[in-house]
Write a protein that binds this ligand. Structure first.
Ligand code: NAD
Length: 431
């Protein structure tokens, strides 16, 4: 009997390794179709999941009801699976180089559980070649099994977008690949169990890896162009959003907007491609330029606000600025690699006193990751307010909402252009 048939008949279990933003929704989707072992190394998160809660706050509690899933950190439990899916983080280090430690760590774990006839599918975003050149040799070495004959493998990248309820795992075509035609077919069928529009069968593992990495690289480069245009238009005294609205009336104008590129995908993944290209003796130019522009936007915004405080005739030292939003994007609680922190760092460098509020972020995490304090609510008058994240909670605000917080000569820096054409009383600026 083939692996797909065994899975649907519950004669084989799916083991998902890494239960974060990607792994948990996938594990829960399978847990309503098959028998699942959900493995993670974070015990407190496992406790939350056992209690029917998603630590990432993306899934409703109802998803945990009647699910056939065992949450565990035990290798003994993991060994009961036969179809392993690895969805652990693939971050970069402080020099922007791929940090494969979680991926290779998870590979080591799976190697200890691997048996003849098993499947291993990687979901983590990597550079083309990482699965076959870095992971599989380690899997073979530690398990003593031969890839392709003793066990099969594949790669299937995830496309979900945190905080977004439309393009979910179940509703988005998924790319799948396998190490040979038979494994491609089996892996495709297993994913078709949970992906309604079906899957795209990529011809090779490397093609599937490359497809994922360019989806995010393309986005990064396009946003970088918008950011560069915003810097230029800022010098010209014209509003970028006005320009984009006008240009967007052409049928083939692409709809991208300026902004901070943080988080652990778009701002990170291009560095994986840059790294692999350099290994192949090609020095990326367009991709690297895009990264440079996007990585510089936080300090650019900080400096812009400082210049506006000076232009208002106020001393910068001990001036007060309120930053609204510290998460890496709107409507999520995730603060990892938030570029709002670059704005705050820049302001601190100038001796500005910064208060930070955010309806989604956890004060404990902000303290732990950045050594910054979140305020429960704004207090007193500010020289400037920076609306740094377009949380839905801020969308309804208007000029009167800022009256209690800004003096008559106050400054409103609106990073995402939420209040364009709505502010006349204060000095208004947006990217
Ligand atoms: N978050 C997204 O929107 C998104 C979208 C597409 C692709 N991706 C990619 O998917 C991968 C996973 O991202 P994520 O956002 O789910 O990460 P995450 O940080 O939310 O979750 C990863 C989980 O893996 C666990 N983990 C780490 N090392 C482990 C190990 N050795 N063994 C077992 N568990 C381990 C962590 O405890 C955590 O629970 C990354 O490669 C990411 O680039 C993420």
């Amino acid at each position: 009997m083939k692996i797909y048939d065994k899975i649907v008949e519950k004669n084989a279990r799916i083991g998902v390794v890494g239960l974060g933003y990607v792994g948990l929704p996938l594990a829960m989707a399978y847990a309503h179709k098959a028998s699942v072992v959900g493995f993670d190394i974070n015990e407190s998160h496992l406790d939350e999941m056992r209690a029917g809660k998603d630590p990432c706050k993306e899934l409703d509690d109802s998803v945990f009801q009647d699910a056939d899933i065992l949450f565990t950190s035990s290798l003994y439990d993991l060994r009961t699976a036969s179809f392993y899916i690895i969805a652990v983080p693939t971050p970069i280090d402080k020099n922007n180089k791929p940090d494969l430690r979680p991926l290779l760590g998870a590979t080591e774990t799976v190697a200890k559980a691997l048996k003849k006839g098993d499947y291993v599918v990687y979901e983590s975003t990597v550079y083309p070649g990482c699965t076959e050149e870095d992971c599989i040799p380690l899997l073979e070495k530690l398990s003593g099994l031969k890839a392709g004959t003793d066990f099969k493998f594949g790669y299937s990248p995830e496309r979900i977008n945190p905080g977004e309820k439309v393009h979910t795992l179940a509703k988005t075509v998924k790319i799948v690949s396998g190490c040979d035609p038979e494994s491609l077919e089996e892996i495709a069928k297993v994913y078709e169990l949970v992906v309604e529009p079906g899957v795209h069968r990529a011809p090779t593992v490397k093609v599937a890896e490359a497809a994922k990495i360019i989806e995010n690289t393309q986005r990064d480069v396009n946003i970088a162009l918008m950011n560069e245009l915003s810097v230029i238009f800022g010098r010209m005294g014209i509003n970028t959003y006005d320009v984009l609205e006008a240009a967007g009336t052409k049928w083939n104008f692409l709809h991208f907007f300026p902004g901070l590129v943080g988080g652990h995908c778009i701002g990170v993944d291009p560095y994986y491609l840059v790294h692999k290209a350099a290994e192949l003796k090609y020095h990326t130019q367009v991709i690297t330029a895009g990264r440079r522009v996007n990585d510089s936007m936080g300090s650019y915004i900080g400096q812009k606000v400082v210049k506006m405080i000076i232009a208002a005739g106020k001393p910068v030292l001990h001036s007060k600025v309120l930053v609204m939003g510290i998460t890496f994007k709107e409507n999520v609680s995730d603060i990892r690699n938030s570029k709002v922190v670059d704005i705050i760092d820049e302001l601190h460098d100038y001796g500005v006193e910064v208060d930070i509020v955010d309806p989604y972020a956890s004060a404990g995490e902000v303290r732990k990751f950045y050594g910054l304090e979140l305020s429960n609510a704004p207090s007193g008058k500010y020289d400037a307010i920076i609306v740094s994240v377009a949380h839905r909670d801020y969308e309804h605000l208007d000029e009167s909402s800022f009256r209690a917080l800004l003096g008559d000569d106050g400054i409103l820096a609106d990073v995402k252009g939420l209040f364009r054409n709505k502010i006349s009383k204060y000095t208004y600026w947006s990217l």
